[in-house]
Ligand binder design. Structure first.
Ligand code: ATP
Ligand code: AH0
Length: 397
């Protein structure tokens, strides 16, 4: 094979994703085919989800609060997660029946423990920051494979929100000539990508719609301690009714009306938000089921509201494709269909259109890493608000 640019090649990469739900590590082994330096054809070869050990999950939650996220705990978890991510990568490589020497790169998102995208003017500097941990040097050392990690900071360094990053890959993998698509992810946080029919990359936009499962999970964990961490199958919400007064109160949250680009996280929809919901429950005598039903509706409403406010008049669409764990909650999906039906938007899951809901973000980080090692820009300024395209990711050889 000739060296240099424009070589047609087949290569393998691993993508690792740990999202804001803190449920575990998604590992995707992906085959790329195509001319290097150009969008490749992507095929998912193997996928695995490894739940975090309970001890690790608990420790990560304590890192969300700056008061308990002491520097020694953050440092220790950074390398601990590096070890776990390396194990997850080796496991998915073995599952695919491949040797680690066949793998060109591992792309690892890491675990977000803090996200502060709004610029703070400080001492003449415009500061904003985001913290993802899971040491890439450890991943590279344990696997013997080059690892790209810590993607978001490069986008922030040129004024972007550092999120969302997946839309860059969604443009490459999903765009259609004749249909405008809404790709809605319902993970911990909800986020939508708008891919207008026949668009150029600059015409794609994306933003966080608000809570995904983070409020449902947070409430369920506190209402059923030691017993449940999520509303599996929507069973709890199914037994409750939406409390209209509380819903109306929650809809006043300023985030929903903020202009684009915007991103959010547990800093807003985290433990103190859950504390406030539980106080409201106590004061107004609302049942656990009604409370879970109400935040499930709020989550669906925030997605509908985002479409009504920011998308409908600019890029009307007839199809919303939903991915992430929220697509497995039938009550949430039903509420979402109710929100979108009056605007003639059909709601389908990733599976219904032939993709995999769970693997999507891990595949995205494999693809972003492929761009990084080929020295190609991989942020999407129209989604993050960055001043210009940059090559994101730190490389550990
Ligand atoms: N069977 C199910 N029934 C109800 N909810 C489910 C089910 N399976 C997963 N979920 C929800 O999906 C969540 C996990 O979603 P996902 O893995 O997409 O999140 P994430 O990748 O951590 O988040 P993000 O995309 O925000 O980074 C769980 O915490 C749970 O709330
Ligand atoms: C800072 C951070 O980790 N943000 C996540 C989070 O989870 C969903 C939403 O909020 C999105 O903005 C982003 O993740 C996806 C993978 C992204 O960057 O596209």
């Amino acid at each position: 094979m000739m060296a240099g640019a424009n070589v047609y090649n087949r290569r393998y990469a691993v993508g690792l994703m740990s999202g804001t739900s803190v449920d575990g590590i998604d590992a995707a082994l992906v085959e790329f085919n195509g001319v290097s330096g150009q969008p490749p054809h992507v095929r998912l070869i193997a996928f695995e989800n490894t739940p975090y050990p309970a001890k690790v999950r608990e420790e990560i939650f304590s890192l969300f609060d700056p008061k308990t996220a002491t520097v020694d705990r953050v440092g220790r978890m950074n390398v601990w997660l590096g070890e776990l991510y390396a194990e997850a990568a080796l496991s998915v490589i073995a599952k695919a029946g491949l040797d680690r020497r066949n793998i060109a790169v591992i792309g690892s998102h890491g675990q977000t423990i803090y996200h502060s995208p709004e610029i703070q003017h400080t001492d003449g500097y415009d500061l904003h920051y985001t913290v993802q941990i899971g040491e890439g040097a450890v991943i590279a050392a344990r696997t013997g494979v080059t690892c790209v990690s810590d993607f978001r900071v490069a986008d922030m360094a040129v004024g972007g929100q550092g999120a969302p990053l997946v839309p860059f890959t969604e443009y490459l993998l999903y765009r259609e000539a004749e249909h405008t698509l809404l790709l809605q992810n319902i993970g911990g946080i909800g986020n939508v990508t708008v891919i207008p029919a026949g668009c150029t990359p600059e015409q794609v936009y994306a933003f966080d719609t608000g809570p995904g499962n983070v409020l449902i999970d947070g409430l369920v964990s506190r209402l059923y301690p030691g017993e449940k961490t999520m509303d599996t199958g929507g069973a709890i919400a199914q037994k409750g009714s939406v409390n209209a007064d509380l819903l109306q109160l929650l809809q006043q949250e300023a985030y929903y009306g903020l202009p684009l680009p915007k991103s959010t996280g547990r800093e807003l929809f985290g433990s103190s938000y859950i504390d406030r919901l539980l106080s409201y429950k106590h004061e107004h005598g609302i049942s656990a089921e009604d409370l879970v039903a109400t935040v499930t509706m709020l989550t669906a409403w925030s997605i509908g509201d985002a479409y009504r406010r920011f998308i409908r008049h600019r890029d009307p669409s007839q199809l919303m494709i939903v991915g992430g764990g929220g697509s497995y909650n039938p009550v949430l999906m039903q509420f979402l269909k109710q929100q979108m039906a009056p605007m003639d938007v059909q709601v389908r899951t990733q599976e219904e259109v032939g993709h995999n809901s769970d693997a999507k973000e891990a595949i995205a980080f494999a693809l972003l890493a492929d761009y990084t090692i080929n020295k190609l820009p991989n942020n999407l300024p129209s989604a993050t608000g960055a001043q210009r395209p940059v090559i994101m990711g730190k490389i550990s050889y």
